[in-house]
Every structure is written in C-alpha cells, then in structure tokens.
Design a protein around this ligand. Structure first.
Ligand code: ADP
Ligand code: ZN
Length: 757
C-alpha cells in the first residue's frame, strides 16, 4: 500500500492523507480526562472509520481494550509510541458533527470531560443496539390445507385462518391472535397440523401502541396568543435563532401557541423538540400532541432500551415530526431541527444531578444557536435567570397575562394557622380550609390538597432530650411510614423498626410529629367519609400505570378529593376542581437555599393553576405560619412581575445568581478529618490560583454541607462565584489537575447548582 508506483501521478493534497501519512483517530472516554487521545488508524480501517463512531482501543498500563468515541481524524500530534485502533464498534457514525460540537461545549460549560458527556447523550439502547427482536410471521399454507379436506377445525382455529386469508400476507403472531380474538393455543395447533407456516424475522418492533387518538382541529387563537405566535413565526420564517421567554399565566393557552409554531416547522419538513418535566408526561399531554400531529415520539424515563433505540432511529431518519420528552430529549438526533420548546422552564428537573450536570435550558439555548432555530421558554413563573435575560434584552419577552376565554384567576386566600385550634391539636386541615372543603364538596366540586412531605410523620422526636431520630448514614431525620411500619430515610432508603426508646438518651417515649401525606389521607378519610379520596405520592404510585389510573379516576369524578406531593402541582387540567388547599406553604421557605422564596412563589402559583379552569370558578387556600412572607403575598395576588422585581434586587445585593454563576465543589468521604483537610487544601489552591491568574472569582468556604452526612459520607463544600462562567472555567482548568485527594476522599463539581443540600 505504502509504496508509490512509478509513473503514478502525484497525489493531490487531499489524497495525500489517505495514502502516505499516518492518520490518527482522536478518541475520548467516559472518564474524567481532559484531552482526546491519539490512536493510529490501521490501513484496514481507513475509509471505514469516521468521526462520530465508537472504537475499541488499548488503554492504560495493561493495554486493556476499552470503548471510546472517535471525535476527530487528523495527523498525529506526535508520532512515537502511538497505539492503534483495535476495532470499530459502530459500522456508521452514531453522532452527527453538530452533536459532537454541542457535547464538547457541554463538557467545557459543566466542567467535565467530553467523553463523559457523549456517554450520557447516547442512550444505552443505542449503544447495545437493544430491541432488534425476533417476530414470528405467520401465513397460510393452502397446499397443506387442501390435502386434508376432511379436517373439522374448532371455531378459534377457523377464525385464525380467516384472519390470515383476509390479510393475504404474512402477519405477526401477536396481531393474528388479537384479530382472531384468541390466545396462542389455536395458532400452535394449526402450526402442528402444518396449516400455517411461521418464519422468524429480526425486526424492530413497530410503534408501541400509540393508542387511538382522534385528530382534532386547531382552536381559534385569542389575540394574546396570536400576538405571541406572530413573533415566533417571524423568527421561524427568517430561520434565525431567537430565544423567546413566554411568560403566560396558568391556563393562558401556552401549549396551543407551541402547537401552532410547531405546525409551521412541520410544514417546512423540519422537526420540533418539546421538553416537558418528566412529571408532566401524562397521557393528557401526550394525547394533546398526538391528536395534532401525525408522528410524535415520546421520550420518558421508563422507556425500555429497545424502545429508546427504536425512537432514536426513527428520529434520526427524519420520520418523526415532534419529539416530546423529558430533559434528555434535548439530545434527540433530529436531522433538520426547526424549533425547541421548553415548557415549565422553571422546573428543577431540567437539571441533571449526576455527571454531566447540565441544565437542559442552557443546552437547548446552545443547540438552538448552533442550528439557527428559535427556542421558546414557557412558564407562568419563569426562573429569575430567564427573567433577567429578558430584562437585559438578550431574549425576547412575550406575555400572556390572561387566562383563555376570559376566565378569571382564582382568588388566593392566605390563612394564618398560628392560632388555629385544630392545627395546635395536630390536625393538618385547619378550620378555614375545612369549611371551604365542605362548601366545595357540597356544591359538587372537587378538591385538591397539596402537601410536600410524604410518609406519615416527617419527624420522630424524643420528648425527653429533644433530639430527632436520624438516619445512621445521613444527617437527616427519619420519616415514619405507617403503612409499611418502618422509619425510613428519604435520602438513602435506610429503614428500621422505629425505636421505642430514644437512641440518643435512652429514655422511653419517642413521638411521631408532623404530618405527611399518609397522615393527611387518614385525616381526610376521617373528616370527609362520604367523599372518596385518592393519594398521589411516590409511595402510593409505585406500580406502573398507577399514576394515570389515579388521575383518570379523579377526572371522571369517581374520586372527589385528590391529595399529594409535587406530583399533583403541575400541568393538571380538571375543570371541576373548585378548591385547592395548600396544607403548609412554609416547607420550602425554611430551607437553607438561596432559591427558597422563588420556590415558594412557584409552588403557590402552580397549585393555583389547578383550579378555576371553567365557568364553575375556583379558589385557593394557603395555610401558612408566615402570612407576611413576601413570596406568599405576591403569589396570592398573582403578581409574578412584582415578585421577580423584589427578589431580583435581593439577589443583586447578595451577588447571588442570576448575577453571578456558582460552581459548587463537594468533597466527601467516610473520614471527616480527611474530608475537611482536603476541602481546606482545595480552597487554598483556588485562592492561590485566583491571585496567580488574577481572575475575578470569589472563593466561599469551605464549610460542612447543609446535609453534613449522606449515605455514610461526611460532606464539606465550597463555592466559586463569578460574573462570567469563563472565569470559573479558567480557574478550574488551572487547579483541577492538581487535586490529588487521598484514598476514599472524592470531590465533585456542580456548575450552576440547583441543589444546595
Ligand atoms: P397553559 O399551557 O398556558 O396552562 P393550555 O394551553 O393548557 O394553557 O390551555 C388551557 C386550556 O385552554 C386548554 O384546555 C386549552 O385547550 C384551552 N385553550 C387554549 N387556547 C384556547 C383558545 N384560543 N380558545 C379556547 N380554548 C383554548
Ligand atoms: Zn440515610
């Protein structure tokens, strides 16, 4: 190969690489390594190996073969000691050049390695090619049947033959059984008689029961919707990137606007991605999109590897018009992306809390810029990050301040429960809420009760010494789960039979205090025995499908009272709900978290969105021990803008996000002294580097983390704070390689953290 033949013309420059020079694959791995590694491409793989494919290469001292991602093909940066690519894993690239660029950006933005990002972006089902499965295709054998004219077949077998005859082509076994209304036994019998033949075929199964969805027509948009749509359409038609912040109150018809914008995109033969919180991926939402578009792929977290693989391929082939999914759908391999929508952009679930700790909004923003398409961020309660971008004119603010069809916002009544006798005697439903419930139910309305604590009692408490019973592995109080008769840690799932005597002082008499959803359910059943109620929290909704069943029973009015955790605060649209009660608005307020007020506001605004969605009207009762708290008052007046202005000033004074970016570094390990010392060393290194590089980064800490112990590890943390992400990146690149924690001490960095525990 290498030897040039005489008289052969000189190779052109771009042929040169193919012929003479060494070519290297640049490979990254799912490991925290900064730069790609070079591997020689053997002649046998030239032409076959492309950027975006996975390869098997020798790695490390033992030259173990591991899988990596080929992210570039180039001349080697140095030519000695190079190892060769051992084998190709994929026959074709599984990542497009755009996806490679996007993932590289994520690695830089979230301070992790490119390979770690790639490994998350490609679903497991795609990596292991899950889901090509064997199907049995059945067909009639007329010759065999003709040989036995005397045969008298039982009715089910006759039915099977009729189905196959009518089809005139081989059919999958499941379908035959379904259409003939039988099990597999008659089919097996017919196969034994050789009246039907079966051939096995490896295929990807078809669409997993999309259900019968009726196509529905578009609604006539109101003037607010029309105004907003016009702005979005102008960006779409000019094929330019623009981020729109669609601030629309609950029930203002945001989804209808998304649908219209998507219709335009589909008209161009392009695809749209709609990100929704996992919890909103209800049949209701899905039906809404399926009834308006021919081809919708739904990506939720319960998909099997095989289904994910199938969706990935259908999306990549351009067959899918709309991808609706949770966070990771932002990586959907649409060949001609036209639009990205993020609904409920304020939701925390858009941030991933394992490596890579990306936020889907930031990734969507970058992807939309790269592919020159618009991005719509929709919310009734936008994050202050998004609000500020709009205020600065970086994004365009679009507002829909009214509900559709002139429906008013529900009145929100703040109830001070500090002196309520029912509350002091341990009840959850105070006097005012109880009266309101009676009225609503007597009027044939339905009621939603919201409480953010699951279990029966959130605290086990010793009367004698005042200590709470904590998890032996975590710095967290155990919760009493009466149904299972255990005290459970909500962080690590540790459980025990609750102690009768206090583990701290040994005295008898541990008390269960506070109210969780289980205890609330018991109270509701006792106080409203005539009205069936259903509880929704992660304990009651373990079984697949139970979520949908509970919601359906409520929708159809079999259940009159729905109570639960966050699970019920979002997206639900039940016209007959005339009362929403917030059992305790203060649970979020007292968290040691810079976003405590923002979350409290969001919570009340979102639950308020669950009522007043028809002419029947509705109202909201918010029980609190802090009735003067601004976030609660602003929410009770439906005044997002007032809240945002006040809160943003507060953040400005504290130089907190969105004015500065934070990187939170957590150090953890089983030995507290080692963890503390490591945190101290790292902080000193950061301080020294800020001076050396003179980057404007503040180093805050170290200190024990708010949850100082978790799953058996002690935890310390510190934070890097800066106006520009780039300053933190620069500092981190300088110091991170120097961190060599002792054995059993680990550290992790979370850029723009949402979870500050
Ligand atoms: P949001 O997403 O802002 O909470 P939705 O898009 O869910 O609001 O709309 C709330 C309800 O109003 C839905 O039942 C929807 O079908 C209905 N709706 C939306 N737009 C219109 C319209 N222009 N005319 C009549 N009903 C509408
Ligand atoms: Zn625990």
């Amino acid at each position: 190969m290498k030897q040039q033949q005489l008289f052969e013309p000189e190779p052109l420059p771009w042929e040169q690489a193919d012929r003479d020079d060494l070519l290297c694959a640049q490979v990254v791995f799912n490991r925290p390594l900064e730069t790609p590694f070079d591997y020689l491409i053997p002649d046998s793989m030239r032409g076959a190996l492309q950027v975006g494919q996975r390869v098997k290469v020798p790695f490390g001292r033992g030259d173990h073969l591991i899988v990596g991602y080929c992210v570039g093909v180039d001349r080697p940066r140095h030519s000695t000691g190079l190892k060769s690519v051992h084998a190709l894993v994929d026959a074709r690239p599984i990542l497009t050049p755009q996806m490679l660029e996007l993932t590289r950006w994520i690695a830089g933005r979230y301070l992790c390695s490119w390979g770690q990002v790639l490994d998350t972006v490609v679903p497991a089902g795609v990596k292991n090619r899950a889901g090509t499965r064997e199907v049995l295709l059945l067909s009639i054998d007329p010759e065999e049947i003709a040989k036995h004219p005397e045969a008298k077949l039982p009715p089910k077998q006759v039915a099977v033959l009729k189905v196959l005859e009518a089809a005139g082509q081989p059919l999958p076994l499941e379908r035959v059984a379904r259409e003939a209304g039988c099990g597999t036994a008659p089919i097996t019998a017919l196969r034994r008689k050789r009246f039907i033949k079966a051939i096995a075929e490896r295929t990807q199964p078809g669409e997993a029961d999309a259900g019968d969805v009726k196509a529905t027509a578009d609604l006539i948009l109101n003037s607010d919707q029309q105004r907003v749509l016009t702005r979005v359409l102008s960006a779409l038609r000019e094929q330019r990137h623009q981020t729109f912040l669609l601030h629309g109150v609950t029930g203002s018809g945001k989804t209808e606007v998304y649908i219209r914008a998507i219709r335009e995109v589909v008209g161009y033969g392009r695809q749209a991605i709609v990100l929704v919180p996992e919890i909103s991926l209800t049949p209701q939402t899905i039906r809404r999109f399926r009834s308006r578009f021919d081809s919708v792929a739904v990506l939720h977290s319960h998909l099997s590897d095989a289904d994910r693989h199938r969706h990935w391929q259908q999306i990549a082939s351009g067959q899918v018009q709309v991808v609706v999914g949770a966070r990771s759908a932002v990586f959907a391999p649409t060949p001609h992306l036209g639009l990205i929508v993020i609904d409920e952009e304020h939701e925390n679930s858009f941030k991933q809390d394992s490596i890579p700790r990306y936020h889907a909004r930031e990734v969507a923003q970058h992807r939309a810029e790269l592919e020159s398409v618009p991005l719509i961020l929709g919310s009734a309660t936008p994050t202050l990050e998004s609000w500020r971008r709009a205020q600065l004119g970086q994004d365009e603010l679009l507002q829909m301040p009214r509900r559709v069809e002139g429906l008013p916002m529900p009145p929100v009544i703040v109830v001070d429960i500090r002196n309520d006798p029912i509350r002091s005697s341990g009840g959850a439903i105070g006097r005012a809420l109880r009266t309101a419930m009676i009225n609503a139910l007597d009027d044939d309305g339905q009621v939603i009760l919201f409480l953010n604590l699951r279990g029966y009692s959130p605290v086990l408490w010793c009367r004698a010494c005042g200590a709470a019973v904590k998890c032996p592995h975590c710095d967290i109080s155990l919760t009493w789960h009466k149904e299972r008769q255990i005290a459970l840690c909500h962080s690590c799932d540790f459980s025990m039979v609750p102690p009768r005597d206090c583990p701290a002082c040994g005295k008898a008499g541990v008390q269960y205090i506070g109210v969780g959803t289980q205890r609330l359910e018991q109270e509701v059943r006792a106080k409203f025995p005539k009205y069936p109620c259903v509880r929704m929290d992660s304990d009651s909704m373990r079984k697949p499908g139970s979520h949908d069943r509970a919601l359906e029973s409520f929708r159809h009015g079999e259940m009159k009272i729905l109570l639960g955790t966050q699970m019920i605060s979002k997206g639900l649209d039940f016209p007959n709900v005339t009362l929403v009660g917030v059992i305790d608005a203060d649970t979020m307020l007292h968290q040691p978290d810079l976003r405590a007020a923002e979350r409290t506001f969001q919570l009340i605004a979102q639950v308020a969105g669950r009522t007043g969605r028809s002419r029947k009207g509705g109202r909201v009762l918010v029980q609190t021990a802090c009735p003067a708290e601004p976030s609660i008052l602003f929410a009770s007046r439906h005044d997002y803008v007032g809240f945002a202005q006040a809160e943003i000033e507060h953040r400005r004074l504290r130089a907190a996000p969105p004015f500065e970016h934070l990187a939170r570094v957590i150090i953890r390990g089983p030995d507290e002294a080692l963890v503390k010392a490591q945190a101290q060393t790292m902080v000193e290194a950061c301080l020294a580097a800020t001076t050396k590089l003179s980057v404007p980064v503040r180093v805050l800490g170290p200190a024990p983390a708010p949850v100082a112990r978790l799953k058996g590890s002690f935890r310390y943390h510190f934070q890097l704070s800066a106006v520009e992400v780039a300053s933190i990146q620069q500092l981190w690149r300088e110091v991170a390689p120097t961190f060599k924690p002792p054995a059993h001490v680990e550290f992790a960095v979370d850029m723009d953290p949402l979870n500050l525990r």
